[in-house]
Ligand binder design. Structure first.
Ligand SMILES: NC(=O)c1ccc[n+]([C@@H]2O[C@H](COP(=O)([O-])OP(=O)(O)OC[C@H]3O[C@@H](n4cnc5c(N)ncnc54)[C@H](O)[C@@H]3O)[C@@H](O)[C@H]2O)c1
Ligand SMILES: [Zn+2]
Ligand SMILES: [Zn+2]
Length: 336
């Protein structure tokens, strides 16, 4: 089969590889769509702590069951989307039912071969059914949308509150959509990319161009100086992290979604005087994943708006190169 394989040294290319055979309790999936994610870029640049070349990346994917090795409610031909997290089941987090923060958490497409291929094998218990009203290409966004669902659930967002999202990448935009669905009032979203800000505007979010004006001034001038109830940091920069503390109201909640590569500084003194809470967020629970699928199927939000490109697997190199141009791309889907 054809696979977009990653080799060390910023090298992703098409290779003919052996079609995998499902082991016991695994299903063979014929991949339909697989999203490229920032984490894939981290692997591409050799900065991921766990991923090892050669690897077929891709942890955001949908497809059709080709064969099943084990007893299951699923059958051959079912349309599915894959929840890529694999937890150990034994550590304290798993024992407490919090499998997504498993101490040994692994992801399909990072720790083992994933969806940038014609076929992939996955454990049966990682499959979710795709409702008939949902296309397989949109269903591939269940994973990043589940991140957004989990993030908003970990915030203290209440109806009518003002929200600021720093970073309008796919994750920031999806958080904006979910915050809106949760009844947020003004949703400000900053970025330095005019293309991404335009997309934010189309989605009914209030764009703030961080390249042109001071983000804190820009937002507070709109709210007449009223500080923000919940701030999401989704850009992963020192600048945006600093802005979270300047924007948040007394006793408000900052949610850091970004994965910081270096150890950033944060103004703890100011946070102390204002009793600010800061929370982090990792992946999603099975329930968040199901909720993401239900939200997409319900059609209340147009998730397809974050898809910028749909490329054939032969174009995977182009996909990775476009990911390096945030002013031209958002979510890129590879379609084997
Ligand atoms: N918590 C989790 O489980 C989880 C899951 C997925 C992604 N993430 C993290 O979330 C972050 C966002 O993911 P993404 O896929 O949307 O990435 P992305 O790189 O596409 O988005 C980041 C955005 O921040 C913008 N940006 C850069 N500097 C800025 C500034 N000074 N002000 C405002 N915006 C600025 C960029 O232009 C870009 O649009 C990443 O750090 C990623 O690792 C976390
Ligand atoms: Zn991802
Ligand atoms: Zn565990």
């Amino acid at each position: 089969m054809k696979a977009g394989q990653f080799f060390s040294g910023k090298d992703v290319r098409i290779k003919q590889v052996q079609k995998p055979i499902p082991k016991k309790d695994e299903a063979l999936i014929k991949v339909s769509s697989a999203g490229i994610c920032g984490t894939d870029m981290m692997i591409f640049f050799g900065k991921h702590p766990r991923a090892e070349a050669p690897l077929i990346m891709g942890h955001e994917f949908s497809g059709i069951i080709d064969s099943i090795n084990g007893v299951s409610d699923f059958t051959v031909g079912d349309r599915v989307v894959i929840e890529p997290t694999i937890s150990c089941g034994k550590c304290p987090a798993c024992e407490a039912g919090q499998m997504h923060v498993c101490q040994e958490l692994k992801l399909i497409g990072i720790d083992m071969d994933g969806g940038f291929a014609e076929y992939v094998t996955v454990p049966i218990n990682r499959l979710h059914r795709v409702p008939k009203e949902l296309s397989l290409s949109v269903a591939a966004l269940a994973e990043p949308l589940a991140v957004a669902v989990h993030t908003v659930r970990r915030s203290s967002l209440k109806i009518g509150e003002n929200v600021a999202i720093l970073g309008a990448g796919p994750i920031g935009l999806l958080i904006g959509m979910i915050a809106k669905l949760n009844g947020a009032n003004n949703i400000f979203i900053s970025d330095i990319s005019p293309y991404r800000l335009e997309k934010a505007k189309d989605l009914g979010l209030h764009p703030i161009n961080a390249g042109e004006k001071d983000v804190v001034d820009g937002i507070l001038s709109y709210t007449n100086g009223k500080l923000i109830d919940t701030v999401f940091e989704v850009a992963g920069t020192e600048t945006t992290l600093e802005q979270t503390v300047k924007l948040i109201k007394t006793q408000g909640k900052i949610v850091v979604v970004s994965v910081f590569k270096n150890r950033p500084l944060i103004d703890l003194t100011s946070m102390h005087f204002n009793e600010i809470s800061l929370t982090t967020t990792r992946c999603y629970s099975k329930d968040d994943f199901r909720t993401a699928i239900d939200i997409m199927a319900g059609g209340k939000v147009d998730i397809s708006a974050v898809i910028s490109h749909q490329l054939k697997i032969e174009e995977i190199e182009k996909g990775f190169s476009l990911m390096g141009e945030p002013d031209k791309s958002l979510k890129i889907l590879i379609q084997p």
